[in-house]
Design a protein around this ligand. Structure first.
Ligand code: K7E
Ligand code: CUA
Ligand code: CA
Length: 640
């Protein structure tokens, strides 16, 4: 057998992206895509694989023992987790379980994590699955403050918060009246009190429309289905208020002055089938006037639905026709836009057409003007609409006046200049918005720049999270990895510098310099109210059928060598890791009882289960900790 047959990927690495146009990714979309006839567009770059030979070799490598310059925090899609990578190396450091179960950490297994995820009356998890798409940290003064990262769950409509000091999920909130919670973005300032210059709210867009009382009694009339925009308190994680809108939400962005939040809308038709969702030429980018909404809530101008107590204000078009009192502003955007991103100077939002070859640039000040009654037509807030290529989705900024948009259908990243685009829109024929293009492999979804979602965009890197990797990596069976391609954007020309294989499926990420991330390396034992602070405190306590086992770990022993319970007891094991040495983690597993978790230095965790199987069970350490790691075990004796 030739190499070719055994390993079909190997020979086609240099195949041009054109090879893939007209295949699966395009089918079904092409019908709605207008032709791109921008003759001014720069020619496509050559395939990336040989783009950085010679002088650059080693420039983007992180040598053994060296640390990466950036963190990348990435969603994990259907894994329900969030991931931490290093850049430029692309090394995966950590998977943070959020909505999923995880048997390293014991997420969904320990009592503490179950409480955060949410349980049913019988103590079992309410949901076992999640679908994370967008990760955004909390802000202070227009940049990341290192407190929290917020991430959505599209399946069950939940918002999670991850503490950046421990990199663990600490709260999860389920949004009422919502299905398909997609876009999420924290505010960057208070809309009223500008002295509050940090994140206090998190905005959440619902992509799917549903009957508002989703009780099975009103399912047929799809035109009565509704989508809701939600505001969650960043500290308490309680839902503050919601807005009833026309059409749907998708991605979310917020202004740097805190005054506006917005979402792109691809289904202003409120269609139930995909053909119905692409019947109009213009959908919208929908803006929310945060201060006015909160005034309306205060004034009692809201309703509640479906048993939820959260106030819902009316943000529909008909009820907000007068700009001077309007809570919402619908800015028309060509066809089925996907993605909206605020520029680092706080002046613009880029909203891409997806089924139109354009990106629309909306001026923040003009939207505010509309709310003041000084701009007649919301569409006049659009100050540029360059033709950039086919299937534009998400845009990143470099802080030097350039935007970088992913082109899903063209399999390219296009770099366009904001000022040139504005001039060209005004009719200046000499202005050429598109300044560079580069092929990516293949079909990019999100793309994002280093610090590009902050006022400190540094213009160093663009990462393209591609939806297809095809032939880019060694074949691993029908499920392919995805490609995250690192592009150096510091010069005039974009330069592809690395292909990183990533497990399916990152939707969105952010890139933060390492100086902005300060984590704790060891827990504080006093942060755990149930900590067993001394090995001498290890014991078994019984109250009727409820048994509590107080346990410690200290390499290479657990605080009890054995303990006995009776069949049918409800057993709670509380385990504190007394080791103080950084990185000295122990594990704890009970065979046949489906229990497994780790305790990091000075950390306490607990599990509760019914001892329903009599016999001897070796509880053992699952995390290699010591030369006598294998010897680190205790016996649980369950009497018949
Ligand atoms: Cu994949 Cu941000 Cu959920 Cu676009 S979304 S690609
Ligand atoms: Cu403790 Cu291995
Ligand atoms: Ca549409």
């Amino acid at each position: 057998m030739s190499d070719k047959k055994e390993n079909p990927g190997q020979d086609s690495v240099n195949v041009s992206r054109r090879h893939f146009i007209g295949t699966t990714a395009v089918a079904g979309l092409a019908v709605g895509v207008a032709a791109c006839n921008d003759k001014s567009a720069a020619p496509a770059a050559s395939a990336g694989s040989s783009a950085h030979a010679g002088a650059d070799v080693g420039k983007y490598e992180v040598a053994p023992g060296q640390l990466d310059e950036y963190y990348s925090f990435s969603s994990g899609g259907h894994s329900g987790e969030m991931r931490i990578y290093g850049l430029p190396s692309g090394r995966l450091f950590k998977r943070i379980p959020v909505f999923n179960m995880d048997c390293l950490v014991g997420w969904g297994i320990t009592n503490e994590s179950k409480k955060i995820i949410g349980t049913k009356a019988d103590g079992s998890l309410k949901y076992h699955t999640g679908d994370t798409h967008h990760v955004h940290p909390s802000y202070k003064d227009g940049t990341y403050d290192g407190r929290y990262i917020f991430v959505n769950d599209k399946i069950h409509g939940r918002l999670a918060r991850i503490r950046m000091d421990t990199m663990e999920t600490d709260k999860i909130t389920e949004l009422p009246l919502v299905q398909g919670f997609h876009g999420v973005f924290p505010d960057k300032r208070d809309p009223v009190d500008q002295a509050i210059n940090y994140t206090t709210r998190v905005f959440c867009g619902a992509e799917f429309s549903i009957p508002l009382d989703n009780n099975g009694k009103n399912m047929n009339d799809t035109k009565d289905y509704r989508s809701i925009f939600s505001c969650v308190d960043a500290e308490t994680m309680a839902v503050r208020w919601q807005v009833l809108i026309d059409g749907n939400c998708d991605l979310v962005a917020t202004s740097y002055d805190g005054k506006l939040a917005c979402t792109n809308q691809y289904n202003t038709e409120n269609g139930a089938h995909y053909e119905d969702m692409m019947t109009v030429e213009q959908d919208a980018c929908l803006f929310f006037n945060v201060a006015r909404i909160e005034e309306a809530v205060k004034a009692g101008k809201f309703k509640t639905y479906g048993g939820s107590k959260v106030p819902v204000v009316d943000g529909t078009k008909a009820s907000n026709a007068d700009p001077k009192t309007a809570l919402t502003c619908y800015v028309p955007i060509p066809k089925n836009p996907h993605g909206v991103n605020a520029s680092p100077d706080g002046k613009y939002y880029a909203c891409s057409g997806k089924l139109s070859p354009t990106a629309s640039l909306i001026e923040h000040a003009l939207v505010l003007k509309w709310f003041d009654g000084e701009l007649k037509n919301p569409r006049d807030a659009v100050v540029a609409e360059p033709e950039i290529g086919l299937g534009p989705l998400h845009t990143g900024f470099d802080g030097r006046g350039n935007a970088y948009t992913t082109l899903f259908l063209d399999s390219q990243i296009v770099k366009w200049n904001v000022e040139a685009a504005i001039k060209s829109y005004k009719g200046d024929k000499s202005a050429k918005p598109v300044v560079d293009r580069i092929d990516v492999q293949y079909q990019p979804g999100h793309g994002f720049t280093s610090m590009g979602e902050t006022k400190d965009a540094d213009g160093k890197y663009f990462l393209s999270d591609n939806k297809f990797s095809k032939d880019r990596f060694l074949p691993v069976g029908p499920l392919h990895p995805e490609t995250a391609q690192l592009i150096d954007i510091s010069g005039d020309k974009m330069k592809l510098v690395a292909d990183h294989a990533v497990y399916s499926e990152p939707h969105d990420s952010i890139i933060i310099p390492r100086s902005l991330v300060r984590t704790r390396q060891v827990y504080d034992i006093n942060d755990f109210p149930n900590a067993v602070k001394d090995a001498k405190d290890c014991r078994v306590e019984r109250k009727g059928k409820k048994v509590t086992v107080y346990l410690t770990s200290q390499a290479p022993t657990f605080g009890l060598r054995e303990w006995t319970v009776k069949r049918g007891d409800e057993v709670t094991i509380i385990l504190t890791n007394l080791d103080k040495v950084e990185d000295l983690t122990h594990g704890f597993a009970i065979p046949k009882y489906d229990i497994q978790f780790i305790v990091n230095p000075q950390e306490t965790k607990s599990v509760t289960f019914i001892a329903d199987k009599p016999g001897v069970y070796w509880c053992y350490c699952t995390n290699f900790c010591h030369a006598l790691h294998l010897e680190m075990r205790s016996r649980m004796l369950v009497e018949a």
